[in-house]
Ligand binder design. Sequence first.
Ligand code: MRU
Length: 368
Amino acid sequence: MKVSGTPYRTIWLSEDGCTVEIIDQTRLPHEFVIERLETLDDAARAIADMLVRGAPLIGSTAAYGMAVAMHGDATDAGLEKAYEVLYATRPTAVNLRWALDDLKGLLAPLDPDQREAAAYQRAAEIADEDVEICSSLGEHGSELIRDAYAKKGRKEPVNVLTHCNAGWLATVDWGTALAPIYKAHDAGIPVHVWVDETRPRNQGASLTCWELGQHGVPHTLIVDNVGGHLMQHGQVDLCITGTDRTAASGDVCNKIGTYLKALAAQDNGVPFYVALPGPTIDWTLSDGVRDIPIEQRDAKEVTEMTGRTKTGAIETVSIVAEGSGAANYAFDVTPARLVTGLITERGICPASAAGLQGLYPEKESVAV
Ligand code: MRU
């Protein structure tokens, strides 16, 4: 995707061949800052403090984190430490475990002096694969937007509601939920996006609006409570969100508030689709509500807000009376029964164990 006309991915290897570069997403939309990850701790901090975020990008950063760790210490102890430090950063997105298991499985049998090169090569492959997967799921998902446009008599833009940021900033490129929108927009289908602000960290307001704007896609920011009202009044043709972990049963775990949008969508007969790359499926879980670990983050993300003042300064302010406690659940699970379909790189399937297994017959699913 492009930033002010220049093509970017969200993560790449710098010219020195060992430092990893990322876009610091905590500074967007006000500042475009590139950060350098030189050590294992840099990579772990970038994930935990959400300089990078979004399930697929967390996976890619973890893979590159293993590579920078091998650059520093490629012994067995160094490998074990890198796995553990990176694994502890964030609990919900299964892409983290997937990428770390992949790298560890590759590196452990190698001689220590072969590990660094192998890790950088595999991290680059994982990033490239993510771009291909997201592009492909975007193609499949854009058919839904094309169909919705035809259903509207090809007269009015298709209104899509999305939650959080599941765009190119959440992946290496293209995005998950936003990939179908970019593909449809690029194919000349008029599409307009309702963007949930997504409290408490406001990834919708800060990131989704910014990247849709960079790509020239018409969009409107709404507060998190508006979606149901819009659906009641025929203002939403379909919802598309991402997912950080999809159980083998088709339950999806995404940014807090996704479940409420799915409930409103069902009550109003609005199709609710979830876009996901294959590595976001956790084939070991059969019940997402019961089994997916839900991250709880610092209460300050709820009690404070950060923004740019009129003078251009970035400031954080408190929005609650001193002494009030706050809870910060970062994700919720939408049961498969509320999901119209899952958009994957292999096509669109029902949100069910059979639907997923049909698209990924080579996987061993606990749910069928
Ligand atoms: O806490 P975040 O910003 O990492 O959460 C991101 C999301 O919830 C996205 O919707 C999710 O990763 C979808 S996949 C691009």
